[in-house]
Design a protein. Structure first.
Length: 85
């Protein structure tokens, strides 16, 4: 766990209090039907929870496709060298 100085904790608490004050002022300035609709949307989003994590890529897969013109060279076929006669 990270330890923060007393000053840092006080600053964060003051910042959180100020944000809550701003949110209350904003909600007071918004018409009641709009505020109720917004609250319902926020509640639904919180109940839904975080999105599911996307599956990891297969092992050995490059994270990004190569840029155009920088594609890897094709593999050479292992053919025996020809002999001159």
């Amino acid at each position: 766990m990270t330890k923060h100085s007393n000053y840092e904790r006080q600053r964060r608490a003051a910042e959180s209090a100020r944000v809550q004050e701003i949110e209350r002022a904003w909600q007071g300035s918004v018409p009641a039907p709009v505020a109720a609709e917004f609250a319902a949307v926020v509640k639904a989003a919180k109940e839904r929870g975080p999105a599911e994590r996307q599956p990891d890529m297969a092992p050995g897969t490059a994270p990004r496709p190569p840029r155009p013109g920088h594609e890897p060279k094709p593999k050479k076929e292992d053919a025996p060298p020809r002999r001159r006669s």
